[in-house]
Design a protein around this ligand. Structure first.
Ligand code: PMP
Length: 316
């Protein structure tokens, strides 16, 4: 399990405060009804040891604001300001290790009733240290969950809605109970959607294939990046529906996401994917991704927001 030890400072109710002071009431609307939306951003320690490389920060804060629109959230911040606040908080916490940043927009009133309009919204941001969420250097074992992905007319999967993550938790819990690392969820139409907290790619006939954004998936930022990397590597790429049976005959498969990074899949429902090892296309994409986030020479450096954290916060 990923342990969360909060970094010392968080953003809460309009200011940066010690994390242990960032507390809400048990009656908070978002806690009672799941009426929050969140983001997840990784900050990688650059190989210089003094810089945190935030991967596609602005794309993440923009998606957060998009998710917030589903909840009709009204806040005095836009995506640019949230990105600035994230950078301020990274500077304040000055980590010298890999981190995960969790911005969260939530209905903060204490009143009863699951509604959206007219309920006060707040923004909070905290950070935790994070290494691997799922293994990236050895293949993982997945199962197809019997839990279906929430459908767009139930709770939109393209929003990162807190309450909707009960769906992910049910699937992941089932997978772990059955001895697997994680789950693949099918959507209401019975087509492949995604993992419990990550998008899915397969390789068939040398082509990289992923489900379209209309398949009840989160519009993943890692997914979008890998599609771009693959096209630049001249790999054939397809965004199309994936049938369950294709999972059993593909040559390679991997999950991708901010937490997951790029996690190679060795088997699905006990059936080996390819030869069960990390495939060449997966490994090529991992190489491009990790070179970028660690600050090596990369054509995609524009995707990094680099924050100098050379001095620990106490000495300033
Ligand atoms: N799908 C789900 C359900 C997720 O929770 C995540 C993680 N945010 C992803 C996909 C991957 O999205 P991203 O690459 O933007 O992190």
């Amino acid at each position: 399990m990923v342990q969360s030890k909060l970094l010392p400072y968080a953003f809460f109710e309009g200011e940066i405060v010690p994390s242990d002071q960032a507390k809400v009431s048990i009656a908070t609307h978002a806690l009672q009804y799941g009426t929050g939306v969140f983001g997840g951003i990784r900050g990688y320690l650059d190989r210089d040891g003094e810089t945190i490389n935030l991967f596609r920060l602005f794309d993440h804060t923009r998606r957060l604001m998009q998710s917030a629109r589903f909840l009709r959230a009204e806040l005095p911040y836009d995506a640019e300001r949230v990105a600035e606040l994230v950078v301020e908080l990274v500077k304040r916490n000055a980590p010298r290790f890999d981190i995960y940043i969790r911005p969260f927009i939530y209905k903060a009133d204490l009143e009863l009733g699951p509604r959206l309009k007219g309920v006060r919204d707040e923004l909070a941001i905290y950070m935790i240290p994070l290494q691997e969420y799922l293994p990236v250097t050895h293949p993982i074992r997945l199962m197809v969950s019997s839990w279906r992905r929430t459908e767009d007319n139930i709770i939109p999967s393209r929003g990162k809605v807190s309450g909707a993550y009960v769906n992910s938790a049910l699937a992941r819990d089932q997978a772990e109970e059955c001895g697997f690392d994680d789950a693949i969820m099918l959507n209401a139409a019975g087509k492949v959607a995604e993992g419990s907290g990550a998008n899915l790619f397969i390789v068939r006939g040398g082509a990289l294939i992923t489900t379209p954004v209309t398949a009840d998936i989160l519009e993943g930022i890692t997914r979008r990046s890998l599609l771009e990397f693959a096209r630049d590597l001249s790999l054939p790429v397809e965004e199309r529906e994936i049938d369950r049976s294709e999972l059993y005959i593909c040559e390679e498969a991997f999950l991708c996401g901010t937490g997951v990074q790029i996690a190679p899949i060795g088997s699905i429902d006990g059936r080996p994917v390819g030869n069960g090892q990390i495939g060449p296309i997966t490994s090529k994409l991992q190489h491009v991704f990790f070179a970028l986030v660690r600050g090596e020479d990369s054509p995609y450096r524009r995707y990094l927001t680099q924050v100098k954290v050379a001095q620990p916060a106490e000495s300033r």
